[in-house]
Design a protein around this ligand. Sequence first.
Ligand code: MGD
Ligand code: MGD
Ligand code: SF4
Ligand code: MO
Length: 724
Amino acid sequence: MRTDTTRPTDATTSSGTRTVHGVCHLCEAICGLLLTVESGPDGDRVTAVRGNPDDPLSRGHICPKGVALPDLHEDPERLRRPMRRVGTGADARFEPMEWDDALDLAADIVARGLDAGTNALAVYLGNPNAHALGSLTHGTALVKSLKTRNKFSATSVDQLPAQLVAHLLYGHQLMIPVPDIDRTSLFLVVGGNPMASNGSLMTVPDFPGRLRELKARGGRMVVLDPRRTETAKVADEHHFVRPGTDAYVLLAMARELLADELATPPAWVQEVESVRLAVEPFTPELAEGVSGVPAREIRRLARELAAADGAVVYGRMGTSTQEFGTVCQWAIQVLNLLTGNVDREGGALVTTPLVDVVGKGLVGRGHYDLWRSRVRGLPEFGGELPVSALREEIETPGEGQVRALLTLAGNPVLSTPDGAALGRALESLDGMVSVDVYLNETTRHADVVLPPTSALERDQYDLVFHALAVRNTARFTPAVLPAPEGTMADWEIYRELANRVQARVRKPLPRKERLTLKARMALSPARTIALLLRTHRAGVSLKKLRESGDGVDLGGLEPSFPRRLQTRDKRVHLAPDLVLADLPRLLEAADRKSGADDLLLIGRRHQRDNNSWLHTAQRLTRGKPRHHLLVHPDDLAARNILDGACVQVRSRVGAVEVEVRSSEEMMPGVVSLPHGYGHATHGSRVTNAAAMPGASVNDLTDPALLDVSGNAALNGVPVTLSPA
Ligand SMILES: Nc1nc2c(c(=O)[nH]1)N[C@H]1C(S)=C(S)[C@@H](COP(=O)(O)OP(=O)(O)OC[C@H]3O[C@@H](n4cnc5c(=O)[nH]c(N)nc54)[C@H](O)[C@@H]3O)O[C@H]1N2
Ligand SMILES: Nc1nc2c(c(=O)[nH]1)N[C@H]1C(S)=C(S)[C@@H](COP(=O)(O)OP(=O)(O)OC[C@H]3O[C@@H](n4cnc5c(=O)[nH]c(N)nc54)[C@H](O)[C@@H]3O)O[C@H]1N2
Ligand code: SF4
Ligand SMILES: [Mo]
């Protein structure tokens, strides 16, 4: 099967070596790259990667992961042929198979799942889907055609609260104002570590450079985090905050603004009085007792936000994957709105991307609680159920029980709460199909794994991340290398699966829908983008983007409210019932939070990691080990545990053994373990990863700990420590 992916073009040849534009798909920074490609007897090879200094967004930035892209491409353990599982349990092996047979087998399993009963097929979509054009254009269409309510994704272990709040306040789940970091004068980061993550819901390549510029302008960065992170270390101020208590701090800041008439919201913001009443109980003194952030600092920060000429509060994983994620995300928007910093230069603004996924309705505005999960009655959001419910939906008998699973680019065994138990549950399925490039801890449970071509072999346009970037730019990057004969691009796999499932299933889609699906699937991702560009903003065609190579600069973020607000009345209703109804729970939790003497577990990201899947690359896993549990020296001493010792960490759901490292970076009472480790204990088939030390933090996180949105509270998990 041939791919009709674009052939690489932009060559500056000299003796078999050429420089080609590329893009890094590993994180949200979407760095533009220049790759050196050498032609040899065995075909083309990428021999060097550097940042593209002429990229209007990333300006030459690159990190060690981008440099390692060729390692991933050439990794012998990256799958190039479909694999079928033979045998079960520990004896299971995988054998390569032909594409045609593999697609038939996969379609049989999916169709049988659909036929087994209402919602008996579940789907899980992992993080890399947002980074691959073909997944967005074709993967989403496949999933939609399956019409199952048991749809899960990494969203509910990540940014679901931010999407829910955007939906409630701005009328669209992806209308998320982005910090105007290039012009702000006060940047308050709450629970994010962009020095390691390069930003999230804020596409900000070259965060270190942009921060230097911010400081050179006289601007300041303040960080609230239970760990003195890489970002905290380069901040002007850092305050420890107890995990899961940010909501008290943020609401106390809002209260301070409202109590002292410092709020200056624009006219399109309504229900300010309701917010004033709702935040009244959340005094800075209450916040101090619970969070550890001094009341006077809370008051001062609120005042500085109000006084600054362009300020923005930015909250990420730490204020999303916690017990009060939705209240936190709401409070952050409230602070930015009350200080007049939403839709203002130097504050937070929505982007004006070339392909306007929000304005043109390419992605729905979102909906909440239209249905609930079968077993626990958890609310859907935007058609997805919380992934914390996946295991019980597989294991609980009855009408609607999940009997088959399709995973697309995901590793929920390592990335979702109580992943170990989920892994065991996967063994009880009637069938499982995975589209993935590795036999990871999850896909090793599949009956068949379908691997798409590598990222260097496919065209890319960042539909999602241009829409969340700190600057309006657009870039189309053709495939760097031709796809080898006998491989399939992701979108071709999705197209084949969709068609073959429809041909097999007892109740296929209505004829009209089937034809629409077929037509949509027939267009390549590049042609889909060309069409979208034609119907969206005038002036920039795919041809122009191809010619520019580096990408085109469309300028800084611009004010556009209330015109572009997606709410029906073009107003922001600041006091949604859903959020206000969670405030009594927050108030009640205050005693529990100040009294508890358990240690609280939080996560951690490292510049050389990327969720669960870069541990295959030697270049990224060499050097100082970074899997340790970080513990404050006082907490170690109190338990008679020595630095470097192996300890048992126990939570309500499970226990892991891991080495500790004494660290003054930690807030006393808080311990930190990175996610995406624990390959060995979860049966990884990939040699380098399986040899990595470390435990899976998600053997400790608890599927019962949820935010109102249904998002997992991965941070702030109570744990105990004892010598192993
Ligand atoms: N405790 C804890 N848990 C967390 C987090 C945390 O901070 N703490 N973070 C959460 C977050 S933010 C996220 S986004 C999730 C991520 O969770 P997941 O999305 O479930 O997992 P990833 O580790 O990103 O795994 C992605 C998989 O996709 C495969 N893959 C890579 N590229 C491609 C491709 O192009 N096509 C296909 N088909 N497959 C590909 C890789 O082999 C890998 O196995 O983890 C979440 N889990
Ligand atoms: N190198 C690298 N880059 C990545 C990824 C990666 O795995 N590696 N993953 C990508 C993905 S999928 C995502 S979603 C983004 C995430 O991007 P970020 O959110 O910037 O990354 P994290 O490191 O998870 O940052 C969360 C911070 O919250 C803190 N924290 C934990 N609990 C709390 C709390 O209760 N309150 C407060 N205030 N802080 C708390 C943690 O100490 C941590 O510093 O990164 C992306 N970029
Ligand atoms: S920051 Fe690193 S991983 Fe992220 S896009 Fe840039 S090069 Fe890739
Ligand atoms: Mo994420």
